[in-house]
Ligand binder design. Structure first.
Ligand code: ADP
Ligand code: MG
Length: 394
């Protein structure tokens, strides 16, 4: 995948550069909350500013209806936050391809930035509508995609516009693609993949792909109960997907045949309700009480998983081990996060919305090698699916 061109070394001085960023940030009362995504785009934006480009930023925010302006989805707060973070003039255009956007893009000076209004106020964005792509392209001389988080969508701003302008990858997108495809194509071994989260059905492509690549697969989270069922165990009222038991069994067999170690929990923290204050017991994985649900991995499993993680030279983690949002059931996820962080010899790569949230919650983010900013996009890349936003840059 090293064949996507970044903007590094491209002559951008005096050029209008249309950059797709992911400024899909939480906003409350007109103020940006977590600004991680804006900060993640700063290397690309600063590079362009420092090299004298006229920078036109576009993004979506939330899920507007696509029928025009909706105050709660305006990008104005994101533009204001960017202005605080970057040492360059930032103006905001009150439309996306309308009069204000065209005027502000045309009148930009070198090293200055305009942020366009939410792309998804126009339903043609998600439809990758050719006329909309053309309008976007007409604003600029060059196109840069730095929105890895939406690279799995073939929208006007992520795919269609790339065919109309000389196109490059921003540093965030290029870093994501390099790291994740490097991990899949040539991992340092042993390669340990930890998979959790809620459902097998959500992650089947990822698990399947990783059985082909990894040396050890560790399974936790809600999905582990479908695997335990495939092993003939009773799982009480735990989250289970009856329709996926057979498929889970096939994956266990596939791993065995390939000589891949597939680890399942040996003990479970089970509760009598899906609640913080539920009564809970720790039991072996083959004796979950009939009327209880597993909400976390148990201490023996934590130990087993931690020692497998310690052996890895590459460690990839997606999906929490339990219902980590509740303090009563966060222990397994925390133990795994700590084990990953403690393996300082390994390349440690975290992908997925909730796994990243867990790592942040336990304040271990700075101890990981790489934290992916793209939930869905990183999962599709790991599954081996081509990402339209990346393919469009080739
Ligand atoms: P990611 O966003 O990292 O890819 P997922 O979205 O697949 O992860 O799964 C995260 C969710 O899985 C969390 O909300 C967590 O509470 C839930 N989960 C984990 N373990 C269990 C369990 N044993 N039972 C029910 N839900 C679980
Ligand atoms: Mg999630």
């Amino acid at each position: 995948m090293a064949d996507i061109k970044t903007i590094e070394g491209v002559d951008v001085r005096g050029k209008r550069v249309l950059v797709r960023v992911d400024f899909n940030v939480p906003v409350k009362d007109g103020v940006v909350g977590d600004d991680t995504r804006i900060r993640a785009a700063l290397p690309t934006i600063s590079y362009l500013v420092e090299h004298g480009a006229r920078v036109i930023l576009m993004s979506h925010l939330g899920r507007p209806a696509g029928e025009g302006y909706e105050e709660k989805f305006t990008l104005a707060p994101a533009a204001a936050r960017l202005a605080e973070l970057i040492d360059a003039p930032v103006v905001f255009a009150s439309d996306t391809i309308g009069e204000d956007a065209r005027a502000k893009a045309a009148n930009l000076s070198d090293g200055c930035i305009v942020v366009l209004e939410n792309l998804r106020f126009d339903k043609r964005e998600k439809k990758n509508d050719p006329a909309f792509c053309k309008e976007l392209a007409s604003l600029a001389d060059l196109y840069v995609n730095d929105a890895f988080g939406t690279a799995h969508r073939a929208h006007a701003s992520t795919a269609g516009v790339a065919a109309l302008l000389p196109s490059y990858a921003g540093f965030l997108l290029a870093g994501e693609v390099d790291t994740l495809s490097g991990m899949l194509d040539a991992p340092e071994r042993p390669f340990v993949a930890i998979l959790g989260g809620s459902k097998v059905s959500d992650k089947v492509g990822v698990i399947d792909a990783l059985i082909d690549k990894a040396d050890t697969i560790i399974i936790g989270g809600g999905m582990c109960f479908t695997f335990l069922l495939a092993e003939g165990k009773q799982v009480g009222t735990s989250l289970k997907e009856e329709d996926w038991v057979e498929r889970a069994g096939e994956m266990i067999q596939k791993a065995k045949a390939a000589g891949v170690k597939l680890l399942l929990p040996v003990d479970i923290v089970a509760a009598d309700a899906f609640a913080e204050d539920a009564a809970k017991v720790t039991c072996d994985a083959d004796s979950i009480p009939e009327d209880m649900m597993g909400l976390d991995i148990g201490p023996k499993t934590e130990e087993l998983y931690a020692s497998a993680i310690a052996q890895g030279a590459t460690v990839f983690w997606n999906g929490p081990m339990g219902v980590f949002e509740m303090k009563a059931f966060e222990h397994g996820t925390k133990a795994v996060a700590e084990a990953v962080a403690a393996n300082t010899q390994a390349a440690t790569i975290i992908g997925g919305g909730d796994s990243v949230a867990a790592v942040n919650k336990f304040e271990l983010a700075d101890q990981m090698t790489f934290i992916s900013t793209g939930g869905g996009a990183s999962m599709e890349l790991v599954e081996g699916k081509p990402l339209p936003g990346v393919e469009a840059l080739r």
